[in-house]
Design a protein around this ligand. Sequence first.
Ligand code: ADP
Ligand code: MG
Length: 258
Amino acid sequence: MDTDPAPLLRFNRVSKTFGAVTAVASVTCSVGHGEFVALVGASGSGKSTLLKMVNRLVDPDQGQVTFDSSDVRDAPLAALRRRIGYVFQGVGLFPHMTVAENIGIGPKLEGQSANRSRIGELLELVELDASYAQRMPHELSGGQRQRIGVARALAGGPQLLLMDEPFGALDPVTRDGLGKRVTALHRQLGLTTVMVTHDMAEALLLADRVLVMEGGQIVADETPKSLLGGAGGAIAQGLVAVPRDQAHALSALEARPA
Ligand code: ADP
Ligand code: MG
């Protein structure tokens, strides 16, 4: 929170425009150590751009991002990215590399190599057997590929995990299982996590705190419980209405006599 004297991550009036489009408009907010934050909003609201400012895939035109009390622009890029795991929108595995090579790509770019036991350990974290190490990405299901994406993000032993719509392309059952696994890992590894999603139900169920973006700004910053209690304003409540109405409709259906 903004009252936290030393949050792990802080955006201080960051803005980014692309030509005539303002993707992020003077955002200020902080993420504390150990928080699991969901960043929710319509397509084009600026979620990915804000997330990418953290690991410098995008640099802001104005403002500053601090990670662990230092400006992200002050750290060497490789060192910064080792401390920040990133799960890409749409996975982005290299098709011509094995699972082990994909997982080890970060350490390798830094001249280190992830040995077999480390790869096995990372596979175990995402609940895949060590024998998957030698498979090629096309031999995996969508859910297994996304597990590899998560294992790759964890390979450097990061403090902060960023995920950009990590479960967007998965079927609901796989998505639910992987969501639960990621929240368990968040706790087990003591991570701080920021997850972009356009799905408010997923945000409410997985995160401790939900930020809602609209037109490049954060328009709500609430806990799931307060959002469900009606807080956060019209845009946030419009997003909450969708899963709530579905839940009510299902309950009514369940209660109906056979
Ligand atoms: P979201 O992730 O919420 O869908 P983005 O952060 O990807 O939103 O995009 C916010 C706005 O910035 C959109 O209008 C998008 O088209 C624009 N935008 C994002 N990245 C670029 C880019 N590299 N070049 C031009 N416009 C971009
Ligand atoms: Mg996006």
